[in-house]
Design a protein around this ligand. Structure first.
Ligand SMILES: Cc1cc2nc3c(=O)[nH]c(=O)nc-3n(C[C@H](O)[C@H](O)[C@H](O)COP(=O)(O)OP(=O)(O)OC[C@H]3O[C@@H](n4cnc5c(N)ncnc54)[C@H](O)[C@@H]3O)c2cc1C
Length: 450
């Protein structure tokens, strides 16, 4: 299905009609035109993705005299939620990216470079080629790092070898689509895995599994494929309002779910996966290794905070978020627990919510408002409630639109209140395919539609 292009004017009309325009924070509702601040200070933003670019745009609008420097090495800005749709043939690869230079707010100075280290005690950022950059306030938004080397037998460069694929990579998503089409012709055993670390969009591995299943039905070859889903968690999904229907869907589609199982490695020449099932017997955890042969594999690589973040002493040192080095921020204010001139949001933030750009959309106004309070010497009061959304595509035409907060309570933000949102809906599919991408490029990255 071709994607529909929506220009900025049309987007703003849709945003107003659907009620997503305007900035709502815990302490009030701010229309962009209504809020401005004379606060001063040199702001450095590390990472110009969903979070960094949106912060630059919103701070650029809210501050009368913005002094904002963005450090990011990328030539392109990818709309990563679109990777799933590239991997299922709904979007073309060229639909999901724009030139980075065209996405950076005009008030922002861009240093095209890689950050190697942050020195939070002396307020300095060390770059690969541009030396030391001092800051008064730091916005930490470098996203996360994919640790390819933690799945034995696979590298980013060899993706696709042995029919082992992942949509957590732009090239990988394109190869996945070619492979799904071929798999629907040849048939065989399809294995889908998630991973044991926190990962971007926990729904993505489930979406590509369900889309593959529906694609084979559309091709009338479903009887030739045998699909299996493996999760490292002890349940398929942990938001109770949506879980029962999701389990029902896997059951209706005859895709067995295997719990507590990690992918350790892949023998691509033999098309064999090496897995570990963790069983709890009393107080003891027992690891049971086993292998499975496959014909098509979709895997999720382990992820963590970027190395430079871990090495700069900015990560949690204890608790569940320490192992992968997620940044130690207050989960409500998004301010660093040790260094109060640092805000952190997006995928690298060590907060107990889903790593999605939908979450970023709600974090940005909170982080921006609190940063301005800090610049003004005031106490930051705006609070993030953990909102995240994961549109789980259940087939070509339906989406289970999961929206929830820190307490896993549903947090519907769309005008679909007349529909039963604990079930998949066609309206949510149209939102996912036609509205969210223009909302990202034309709205969010310009500091609108939060
Ligand atoms: C397959 C897939 C499906 C997804 N599906 C959804 C979905 O359906 N819904 C949803 O809401 N979200 C989805 N997401 C997640 C969403 O894309 C991310 O949560 C979001 O992009 C996070 O924003 P971020 O700014 O934290 O990180 P990113 O957008 O990844 O940006 C990080 C930026 O930091 C830069 N950077 C990294 N290291 C450095 C460094 N050392 N120095 C300087 N710059 C650096 C990078 O170049 C990049 O530009 C999906 C993601 C993937 C991969």
């Amino acid at each position: 299905m071709p994607s529909k292009k929506i220009n900025r004017r049309k987007f703003l009309k849709i945003a107003a009609a659907t009620g997503v325009a305007g900035v709502i924070t815990a302490t009030g509702v701010y229309k962009l035109t209504e809020f401005s601040s004379k606060a001063k200070g040199k702001i450095v933003i590390i990472g110009g993705g969903a979070a960094g670019l949106s912060m630059a745009a919103l701070l650029g609008r809210w501050l009368d005299n913005p002094d904002i420097t963005l450090i990011d090495p990328s030539d392109r800005q990818y709309y990563q939620p679109g990777f799933t749709l590239v991997a299922s043939g709904v979007y073309k690869p060229e639909d999901v990216w724009k030139e980075q230079k065209d996405c950076i707010h005009s008030h922002t100075k861009w240093i095209k470079d890689i950050v190697k280290e942050v020195k939070p005690v002396s307020n300095q950022v060390i770059t690969a080629e541009n030396g030391t950059i001092p800051y008064d306030f730091l916005v930490l938004t470098p996203g996360l790092q994919i640790n390819w080397e933690k799945t034995e037998g696979i590298t980013q460069q060899t993706l696709g070898l042995g029919n082992a694929h992942t949509i957590y990579d732009f090239e990988g998503a394109q190869k996945t689509w070619a492979a799904i089409q071929e798999f629907s012709k040849t048939g065989g055993k399809g294995i889908f895995t998630d991973t044991y670390t926190k990962h971007k969009c926990g729904g993505a591995p489930k979406k590509i599994c369900l889309l593959t299943e529906h694609y084979t039905r559309k091709q009338e070859t479903r009887n030739n494929v045998d699909l299996h889903y493996y999760t490292a968690s002890h349940e398929l999904y942990d938001v109770p309002y949506y879980t029962p229907r999701l389990l029902e869907i896997y059951n209706e589609r005859n895709v067995p779910i295997n719990l507590n199982t990690r992918l350790k490695g892949v023998d691509t020449s033999a098309k064999r996966v090496y897995m570990e099932r963790i069983e709890t017997i009393g107080d003891e955890k027992i690891t049971i290794p086993f292998t499975e042969d496959y014909d098509f594999l979709h895997f999720t690589p382990p992820m963590s905070a970027p190395d430079f973040v871990k090495e700069s002493g900015l990560s949690w040192t204890e608790g569940k978020l320490a192992a992968e080095g997620w940044v130690m921020v207050d989960k409500e204010t998004l301010i660093h627990k040790t260094y109060s001139n640092i805000v952190c949001l997006g995928d690298c933030a060590g907060i107990p919510t889903s790593k999605t750009s939908a979450a970023v959309r709600k974090q940005v106004p909170v982080a921006a408002m609190n940063l301005i309070s800090l610049m003004d010497g005031k106490t930051p009061e705006t609070k993030y409630n953990g909102y995240a959304a994961c549109p789980i595509i259940t087939d070509y035409g339906h989406v289970l639109l999961c929206e929830f907060d820190y307490d896993k309570n549903p947090q519907p933000s769309t005008p679909f209140t007349h529909l039963d949102m604990s079930r998949e809906q066609a309206a949510a599919w149209h939102l996912k395919v036609s509205v969210l991408k223009p909302m990202y490029f034309n709205g969010m990255l310009n500091g609108y539609g939060m």
